[in-house]
Structure formats: structure tokens, C-alpha cells
Design a binder for this molecule. Sequence first.
Ligand SMILES: [Mn+2]
Length: 238
Amino acid sequence: MIYVTSDLHGYCFEKFLDFLKDTGFSDKDYLYILGDVIDRGKDGIKYLKWLMLQSNVFFIMGNHEAMMLSCDFLCNEITEESINDFDEKKVSIYTTWLSSGGQATVNALAKEDKDTVCDIFDFLRETPLYEIVSIGEKDFILTHSGLGSFREDKKLREYTPTDLLWSRPSLNRKYFENITTVFGHTPTFCYGEQYRGKPLFTDTWINIDAGAAAGIDPVILRLDDMKVFYMSGSANTD
Ligand SMILES: [Mn+2]
């Protein structure tokens, strides 16, 4: 079976693993995490190191990993040349990341050895912006933020990273009729208090960002039967 979750944002890694186990997830299943495991919370790098070792857990790029990746110059050894190369543009990219919750990730990276840091950046370079999965007759597009500048006749490969990483669809936005688009990025409570801590289902898309960035427990959705898993003891269990 195929499970999806999103926007863990450094949520306590051990707690997440327990939660995943509680859903019945096994080696025979697949889990897709739809971006933004890093930043804000302190455990983001633990997720990336774990993801690199899994054969049935797949990662899709989030805007926070894209910001991290744009700072890959941090891996360079500090030489006179690299310092001269640290221009205003790089400072601005780095500052933007830090002000978006990146400090927690930078602190965690500082504790890793150089090879591990390089491996993490290599892993992110290989991370896709979207995946398509099928369950029986049903098709799903999995991506981080939805399909920005959506057009029915637009091919998926024509969407820009900005479309897939930074869009915030309104509640009445329609995507493909025959494919369900699943994403996160915008915590569901932004669409109304009634969605707080829960996935949001519309006719053509599902948002599964329960709001871990705001301290709310994440949810996991099983696409085969659309079962939503809530963390035990979570205030949102229903
Ligand atoms: Mn995001």
C-alpha cells in the first residue's frame, strides 16, 4: 500500500517513526514524504539521513530543501578564494534560508562530518519535484505545493520549480479531473480552522500538511483506502 505525509519540518524523528509503525506500515508498503522534512524543528537532518538509507520510502523536494540546496556552497572548504566568492547574492540566499527556519538545520549540519554533509547535498540533487503513482485505475500526482500556473493541457515536466514548490492554491482551485493531486506546503488551518490538524480533501486535490511547522502533529494518509492516520493522543483524532 502507498502512504503519504508531508511538511514534517524537523518534527521529533523518534515520535514520527513510532507513528509510522502504528499505521501498520511495513517493508511491503511505500511511503512518500512530500517535501519539507527540514527547518524549524531540530530533527530535519535525521530524516534526510534516514531517507538516504530506505528502499521503500521516497522523498519529494520541498521549498525548504530547495533553499538548503541553493546554499550548497556552505560545503566548500574555506579558502581565500571561496571567501572572495561569498558575494552579496550568496549572503542573501543564505539569509533567506536562515530566516525561514534554516538555523535549526544549519546547527544540525554543523555536527555532521564533511562526507555526510556532501552525501546529503548529493541526495537532494537527485530528489525529484514530483512523482506519479497509480493504485489500480487511480492515478495520483505527488508534489510539494500543488500545481502553480495550472493549465489542463500543460505537461507535468513544463511546471517550473516555483510552480511545484511555492504555489498556494485557493480552495476553489481545480486541477485534473481524472488524477488526484496530493501535496502539502500550506498548513490546512490556513484554509479554515475546521481543517486544523487534518488533511483537506477537494474534488481534484488533497492537502496533507496538518501543520507540523506550527507545532501540530503530522498526519499520514493511505492512498489505497484514503484512511487518515492521526497520532495517538493527538487532539485531532476523530
Ligand atoms: Mn513548503
